[in-house]
Design a binder for this molecule. Structure first.
Ligand SMILES: *Cc1c(COP(=O)(O)O)cnc(C)c1O
Length: 480
C-alpha cells in the first residue's frame, strides 16, 4: 500500500511532544516579535503522535534504496560503502557543539582538522594549495572557472573559451556557462579518448582552459594527457581536471604531476562520506602555487603554531560558501583517509579497477562494449541491440534491475554512447555480488528477447511502479 503523506495522517489535537510546565511570567508575543512577523493563522502542520511519526519515517526509509541495503553501480558517482566510523567521529561532542562564529583560539582543533585535510589532499593530488570551501564537485568546477577568469584577467585578457570533450559530465559546460565563458566541444577519437587533432584545431589565444575528466567518463585513462597539457599550455591556457574519477587514481597518480593547474575533488565520492540523498557533499579544489592568490576566502593561516581564518587575500575571487564549507563532511573524509592510510588508498584504486574489469569481462559479450579496451574504475556498455527485441530500451533494463533488488547503473550518459549503461562497481563489493549482478543483467537480456513486455512494464515489485518522468519534471508538485 502506498504510504500516505504525513499531513494525511494528521488528526486534530494529536501530539508527539510535551513541554515542561512554565511557571514564570507570561509575555505577549508582540513584546518579543515585531508584529508584522507574527502569523495571522496557524501553520498547516501535521498533528500526529510520536509513534505515528516514527513508523511513518521508518516505513519510508524501508522503501528507500541505499548503499547500506545493496549494490549501487551508479557510474560516475562512486557509490562506495561508507564506513560507519565516519559517522561516529563526526558526532563527537567536541565537533557537534562548536559554532562557526567562535573566535579562532577556541576552535583550534577544528581548524587543525581542516588544515590536515588540506595537506593530505595536496599530497594526494600533487597541488600546492587547497580550498575546502566548495560544497560539491559542480561547485568546485564553478569556483575553479572563476579562478581561471581571475588569472587571465590579471594577464590582461580573460579570454573566451573553455574546451571540453564531448564525453564530459553535464556539470562541466554548465559551470563554464555560469562563469561567463563559452564551452567548446572537443571530439573523442575512436578509442574514446580526446581527439588531439580536434583539440589542436580549436586551440588559440582565446582558450582560457581545457577541462577534462581523467579517467574520462568512459572509464578510460587519457593516455596522451601530458602531451595535451603541453599543447594547452603552449597557447597560455590552463589545464583543469574534473576529479570525480579520482577513485581510479588515488595513491598512484597525482593530477598535479600530469600537467594540471587546478582540479576539484568530490570528497563524497573518492573519500566515502555519504553521498546522495540530498545531503551535503564537498568539492575542494587544488591549485598550483601560481593560482593560490585567487583561491576563495577565508583561508586557514598559521602563525606561531596558532591557526586562524584569514580574509586578507586581495586577489581572491571572494567567498563561495557560508563560513568555510561543509565541515561535517571534512571530518568524515579525513577519518576515511587516515584509516585507509597510504597503502589502503592504493588498494582502493587497485580494487576499483580490478572489480570494474572483472565485471566488464562478465558482460562485454552479453551487451555491447563500444570502446574495446581495459577500463579503469568503470565501463560503459550499450543496450542499443535490444531495440530489435520488442523495442526494449536501456531504461527498461534499468527499471527491471530494481525488481531484482539492485540499484540501476547510470543510463544515457555519456552522451556519445547510444543507450548507454555506465557501470561502476567500486572497490567495496565482493566477487559474489559482482557475479550476481552480471547474472541478473544476463537474465534481463534473455527476458528482453523472450518476453519484452515484462521489461516495458518494469518495475513490478517496487513501492512505486514506473513513473511518468516527463510529467514529474514538468509538473513539479512540492506543496500539499
Ligand atoms: C559527480 C560528477 C560531477 C559533479 O559532482 P557533484 O559533486 O555531484 O556536484 C562532475 N563530473 C563528473 C565526471 C562526475 O561524475
Amino acid at each position: 500500500m502506498p504510504e500516505k503523506l504525513i499531513i494525511e495522517l494528521s488528526k486534530e489535537g494529536r501530539k508527539g511532544y510535551s513541554l515542561p510546565h512554565y511557571e514564570g511570567q507570561k509575555k505577549d508575543l508582540k513584546e518579543l516579535i515585531p508584529e508584522r512577523l507574527i502569523r495571522k493563522s496557524p501553520p498547516n502542520l501535521p498533528e500526529v503522535t510520536e509513534n505515528e511519526v516514527v513508523r511513518h519515517f521508518v516505513r519510508l526509509s524501508n522503501m528507500n534504496y541505499n548503499v547500506d541495503k545493496g549494490f549501487y553501480p551508479l557510474g560516475s558517482c562512486t557509490m562506495k560503502y561508507n564506513p560507519k566510523i565516519n559517522e561516529k567521529l563526526a558526532r563527537l561532542e567536541g565537533f557537534l557543539n562548536i559554532h562557526p562564529l567562535q573566535p579562532s583560539p577556541t576552535v583550534q582543533g577544528a581548524l587543525r582538522l581542516m588544515k590536515n585535510l588540506e595537506n593530505l589532499l595536496a599530497e594526494i593530488s600533487g597541488f600546492e594549495a587547497i580550498s575546502l570551501q566548495p560544497a560539491a564537485g559542480a561547485h568546485g568546477e564553478l569556483t575553479s572557472m572563476m579562478i581561471v577568469r581571475r588569472y587571465h584577467e590579471k594577464q590582461g585578457n580573460p579570454r573566451k573559451y573553455i574546451l571540453i570533450p564531448d564525453s564530459a559530465h553535464g556539470t562541466n559546460p554548465a559551470s563554464v556557462t555560469i562563469s561567463g565563458y563559452i564551452a567548446k566541444q572537443i571530439k573523442s577519437n575512436e578509442q574514446g579518448r580526446v581527439d588531439i587533432e580536434d583539440l589542436r584545431a580549436n586551440l588559440s589565444d582565446e582558450v582560457a582552459a581545457f577541462m577534462v575528466t581523467n579517467p574520462n567518463t568512459l572509464g578510460l585513462f587519457e593516455t596522451e594527457i601530458t602531451e595535451i597539457s603541453r599543447l594547452v599550455h603552449e597557447v597560455g591556457g590552463l589545464m583543469y581536471m574534473d576529479g570525480a574519477n579520482m577513485n581510479a587514481l588515488v595513491g598512484y597518480i597525482r593530477p598535479g604531476d600530469l600537467g594540471f593547474d587546478i582540479m576539484h575533488f568530490n570528497l563524497h565520492k573518492t573519500f566515502s562520506t555519504p553521498h546522495g540523498g540530498g545531503g551535503p557533499g564537498s568539492g575542494p579544489i587544488g591549485v598550483k602555487k601560481f593560482l593560490e592568490p585567487f583561491l576563495p576566502v577565508p583561508r586557514i593561516v598559521e602563525e606561531d603554531g596558532e591557526l586562524r581564518l584569514s580574509y586578507d587575500f586581495p586577489d581572491s575571487i571572494g567567498k563561495v560558501h557560508f563560513f568555510y564549507g561543509n565541515f561535517n563532511v571534512f571530518i568524515k573524509a579525513l577519518t576515511y583517509i587516515l584509516i585507509m592510510g597510504e597503502e589502503g588508498l592504493k588498494s582502493v584504486a587497485e580494487n576499483a579497477v580490478i572489480n570494474a574489469n572483472y565485471l566488464k569481462a562478465l558482460l562485454e559479450d552479453e551487451y555491447t562494449l563500444p570502446y574495446k579496451s581495459h577500463c579503469m574504475h568503470e565501463f560503459v556498455l550499450s543496450g542499443k541491440f535490444l531495440r530489435k527485441y520488442g523495442k526494449v530500451k536501456t531504461l527498461d533494463v534499468a527499471k527491471r534491475l530494481l525488481d531484482y533488488g539492485f540499484h540501476a547503473p547510470t543510463i544515457y550518459f555519456p552522451l556519445i554512447v547510444s543507450e548507454a549503461l555506465m557501470i561502476e562497481p567500486t572497490e567495496t563489493e565482493s566477487r559474489e555480488t559482482l557475479d550476481e549482478f552480471a547474472e541478473t543483467l544476463i537474465k534481463i537480456k534473455k527476458e528482453a528477447m523472450e518476453n519484452p513486455e515484462i521489461l516495458h512494464e518494469a518495475p513490478h515489485n517496487t513501492p512505486v511502479r514506473r513513473l511518468n518522468e516527463v510529467k514529474a519534471a514538468r509538473e513539479l508538485k512540492v506543496r500539499w
